[in-house]
Design a protein around this ligand. Structure first.
Ligand SMILES: Cc1cc2nc3c(=O)[nH]c(=O)nc-3n(C[C@H](O)[C@H](O)[C@H](O)COP(=O)(O)OP(=O)(O)OC[C@H]3O[C@@H](n4cnc5c(N)ncnc54)[C@H](O)[C@@H]3O)c2cc1C
Length: 399
């Protein structure tokens, strides 16, 4: 017994000595606490937001202003152009959608989001019809790669926005204007009608106050009083605005239909892929119309999904049917309710947060979505933008 105690004392003394040596060799930097606090401030992971203001931006779009619901936790800083994933509970289904931060990154007392109603949508009608001042929601920290990078993007920027795709650009323009940045900007903003031009007064004001910001509205369904440009954002119209494509960097934001159209136009102008940043808002309107979709599958076809997941008592299995035309993540959220949470943010295949292991089955992913090769090699899928085309077996025991 005595011998054992002596052994323990020796071990303890040795450990203490080692610790002392380590501290002498690598003293803990004086700024350690401050740095860690700063990292947590920039990357809080999740945030709790409270609605303070709501106003209509157009007949079908509302502006929501949020403050941090936790007084000791200020809002995370962001780069103009980034988005947050807003978490909601719609009829017992916990889900989330990405929304670009429209407010200026130069103040963090609040965030602003512009939410457009999507007919037959799930979350946007819920937000527009139900969200009230005082409501509290969870969100991710600011995410996304759409922001100005001076090294790669140069000084001449072309912003191409479709509908609610203006939201990241309003934040970028506020930033450029507030900091008086030495950049030349051409904003080409496509909308259906005049009523759909969001932030119009502010956009017009930028062009009045700043000679380096040029703006063109293009309406696809104008009324007879409209004197401006009409039609789609075609290659001719782009060229007419910007003169030459040389030495310019392009950002394109809008729904998938607009994205596909503009992509063709820019490529016809000889603009190479590395000079364009695309951000598509959400999933395709009708996946069965996307190139490469297996024609024998109709949108109403049902697919069997099996999910392994973890509970407090061990692993369980659940089986349910899902439409082949719906992203797997949507049917998982709907069918599994609160049994399991799949982390997600962009829901468009960009952020990779929802990465999930697929044990068996075949999926369809829209061709423009780039999934990391290592993910596919090791059997991981991004269920937010993956459509089941055969029976699927997923492993959620690791989430
Ligand atoms: C980076 C990024 C930034 C964005 N920024 C903005 C922005 O600033 N403003 C803006 O308005 N939009 C923005 N979007 C688009 C936004 O994220 C949503 O895609 C859009 O609001 C439509 O969502 P929805 O839920 O209304 O429709 P959808 O997600 O398209 O829903 C369509 C269908 O799916 C069904 N469904 C979906 N999920 C479920 C579920 N869990 N359970 C049951 N049924 C379901 C619905 O019933 C419906 O039939 C952005 C998207 C991205 C990727």
């Amino acid at each position: 017994m005595e011998k054992e105690i002596l052994e323990d004392v020796k071990k303890y003394q040795k450990a203490e000595k080692l610790k002392k040596w380590q501290e002498e060799a690598e003293p803990i930097p004086w700024y350690y606490d401050g740095l860690e606090n700063l990292c947590n401030r920039i990357h809080p992971g999740n945030q709790t937001l409270q609605v303070t203001d709501i106003e209509f931006l157009s007949p079908d779009t509302k502006l929501f202003r949020f403050i941090s619901a936790k007084p000791n936790k200020p809002l995370a800083p962001f780069r103009a152009g980034q988005y947050i994933g807003l978490v909601v509970d719609v009829n017992g289904v916990r889900t989330s959608r990405a929304f670009s931060l429209a407010s200026s990154p130069n103040q963090l007392s609040y965030y602003e989001l512009g939410v457009k109603l999507k007919e037959n949508g799930f979350v946007s009608p819920f937000l527009i019809e139900n969200l009230q001042v005082g409501d509290i929601l969870e969100s991710t920290e600011p995410l996304g790669n759409l922001y100005y990078n001076p090294i790669f993007h140069g000084k001449n920027l072309v912003f191409i926005a479709g509908g609610s795709g203006i939201t990241p650009f309003i934040s970028m323009l506020r930033d450029i204007s507030e900091k008086n940045l030495d950049l030349n900007v051409w904003l080409i903003f496509g909308c259906l009608t005049e009523k759909d031009i969001l932030f119009r007064a502010e956009l017009d004001d930028f062009t009045k106050r700043r000679t380096n910001i040029k703006l063109r509205y293009i309406l696809s369904e104008p009324n007879s009083e409209w004197k401006g440009e009409c039609g789609f954002i075609s290659r001719d119209k782009i060229l007419k605005e910007i003169g030459t494509v040389a030495n310019k960097y392009f950002y394109v934001v809008g729904n998938r239909a607009m994205y596909e159209f503009v992509k063709e136009e820019l490529s016809a102008l000889g603009i190479s892929q590395h000079r364009v940043y695309y951000e598509a808002f959400g999933v395709p309107e009708d996946i069965t119309k996307v190139i490469g979709w297996p024609q024998e599958l109709k949108s109403s076809n049902k697919i069997q999904i099996t999910v392994d997941y973890r509970t407090n008592t061990g692993n369980e299995k659940i089986k349910f049917e899902a439409l082949c035309s719906e992203p797997i993540l949507n049917s998982v959220e709907r069918s599994m309710k609160n049994k399991v949470k799949v982390a997600n943010a962009c829901r468009s295949g960009e952020c990779a947060l929802c990465r999930t292991r697929m044990i068996s089955g075949k999926i369809f992913v829209p061709p423009e979505v780039k999934i990391r090769e290592v993910d596919s090699n090791f059997g991981f899928i991004h269920p937010c933008i993956s459509y089941p085309i055969t029976d699927i077996h997923l492993d959620l025991t690791l989430t």
